[in-house]
Design a protein around this ligand. Structure first.
Ligand code: AMP
Length: 466
């Protein structure tokens, strides 16, 4: 395991004060399935004690049997969906993490990545802490348990002041639920209400599913405590400039979600429009790489006046190809997932829109597929800049050496993916299309500007393409 590699992409959901808490958490997790597909779990409270059910697998597989909900009774619950890179896909690492300590029981669900976790873990282990998992999240509960502060809120603040990185956290105790978003606000988190119940979720699409009303986004650096007496908001951390993950808008979040003050779908369409302004081409049709490229392709088609078509059809029963941990599976993935519509593509000059190129594997296979289906020209357009730097804040990107654009020119990448032309959205164009305060985004994966530092690894070997 690499010391500074992120290990997780995740989604979190919680509901307080509802007699069907676990059922609704199951539905919330279902809506957040795109954020993590390897494992999931729910911890509930009946006011006296906490209950847990978690397993490897998709939400529908783990919680599909109604009998399961007997294991997680009560009127409050938190849940988690998780994807981890190879090696850490073991059942002990499934969240929420539930512990009993001197002051009772507590469980935590985490979305993000803590960049100084290994250092704190080493320190805690030197003091005698015994870790049950390899997850960075576990250090939070150790720090909580070690704190001498009297109230839960104070213990949380003391623990969280030690950690650096990206975190949206949901805690549950016998009687309370606490939501915390890190001061940079890397990952999205929102607050909703369903009757008298409060709901917290990574993305607003989870509130929509259970027909909860969207109240607002949890602010960067905010801690929301929900208890029998109602809800209180605190800002216990030093204020810093926000660093919302721009890649959530580009790819990761669901298009029907409202995050960082915008609806993702509209942002993606604008990315496509901007892409058309920057990289126009004479062509007959614009097609998306479904599903992630669809809104951007619609924007590109609208702006360029070139007809939008569905030239590739996706099998919806296959997960995100990238999320398959083994390289061999990913290579197969593109064919398993996508099939060309020959009558649409035959003899056409085609613009293909995708949101990003990571290793180049997907684009290469898609260009080949579109050409084999009869396209006379294939022009690849990407609705984000080259992904040249790994993310250390909770998006799973490979090591720098595997990122094709970290070591290859535009022309080399074009040749590798065998497209007639290739155009990426510019950095400035990305920020303009996303809109709002340009300073409030983390775009480290595109720019290498990391808002929170970490020790850099030495030079890495380059990806050999040809
Ligand atoms: P690659 O074949 O490695 O170039 O992967 C590019 C494809 O992966 C694009 O179609 C993206 O939509 C998708 N993608 C980009 N980043 C991620 C990520 N962090 N997790 C899952 N899929 C991703």
């Amino acid at each position: 395991m690499n010391l500074y590699r992120p290990e997780e992409e995740c989604g979190i959901f919680g509901i307080y004060n509802h007699r069907e808490a676990s059922n609704l958490t199951y539905l919330g997790l279902y809506a957040l399935q795109h954020r993590g597909q390897e494992a999931c779990g729910i911890v509930s409270s009946d006011g006296q004690r906490l209950y847990s059910h978690k397993s490897m697998g998709l939400v529908a597989d783990v919680f599909g049997n109604p009998e399961i909900f007997r294991n997680v009774p009560g009127d409050s619950a938190i849940g988690h969906v998780r994807y981890s890179t190879t090696g850490d896909s073991v059942s002990k690492n499934i969240q929420p993490i539930l512990v009993n300590y001197s002051r009772g029981a507590i469980a935590v669900a985490h979305n993000g990545n803590i960049v100084n976790s290994q250092l704190i873990r080493a320190e805690l282990e030197a003091w005698g802490s015994i870790f049950q998992t390899t997850m960075d999240t576990e250090i939070i509960v150790h720090l909580l348990a070690a704190s001498k502060a009297s109230s839960l809120e104070e213990r949380m603040v003391e623990a969280l002041n030690r950690i650096k990185g990206a975190y949206c956290l949901l805690f549950i105790t016998e009687t309370r639920m606490v939501a915390v978003r890190d001061p940079h606000g890397f990952r999205p988190l929102c607050l909703g209400k369903l009757g008298e119940s409060y709901v917290v979720a990574s993305e607003s699409c989870a509130l929509d599913l259970i027909e909860a009303e969207f109240i607002r986004e949890v602010e960067p650096g905010e801690m929301i405590v929900i208890g029998r007496g109602g809800i209180t908001s605190h800002f216990p951390f030093k204020k810093v400039k926000p660093s919302h993950c721009i890649f959530e808008h580009v790819y990761f979040a669901r298009p029907d979600s409202y995050i960082f003050g915008k609806t993702v779908y509209l942002v993606r369409k604008e990315l496509g429009r901007q892409l058309a302004r920057e990289h126009a081409v004479d062509a007959d049709i614009v097609i998306p790489v479904p599903d992630s490229g669809v809104p951007a392709a619609m924007g590109y088609a609208e702006e360029s006046g070139i007809r939008f078509e569905l030239g590739l059809i996706r099998n919806h029963y296959v997960g995100r190809t990238f999320i398959e941990p083994a390289q061999s599976i990913r290579h197969f993935g593109v064919k398993i997932k996508l099939n060309p519509v020959r009558e649409v593509l035959k003899g056409k000059r085609v613009v293909v829109i995708d949101d990003s190129i990571v290793r180049g594997t997907t684009s290469r296979k898609i260009v080949k597929m579109v050409r084999q289906a009869g396209a006379s020209e294939v022009h690849m357009r990407i609705s984000s800049p080259p992904t040249s730097y790994p993310c250390y804040y909770g998006i799973d990107t490979p090591n720098r050496k595997e990122l094709i654009s970290s070591s290859h020119t535009l022309e080399e990448i074009r040749r590798y993916i065998t497209a007639d032309s290739l155009g990426y959205l510019s950095h400035e164009g990305l920020l303009t299309a996303v809109g709002g305060d340009k300073e409030s985004f983390c775009h480290a994966c595109f720019s290498g500007d990391y808002p929170i530092g970490f020790p850099r690894l030495g030079p890495e070997p380059q990806l050999d393409l040809f």
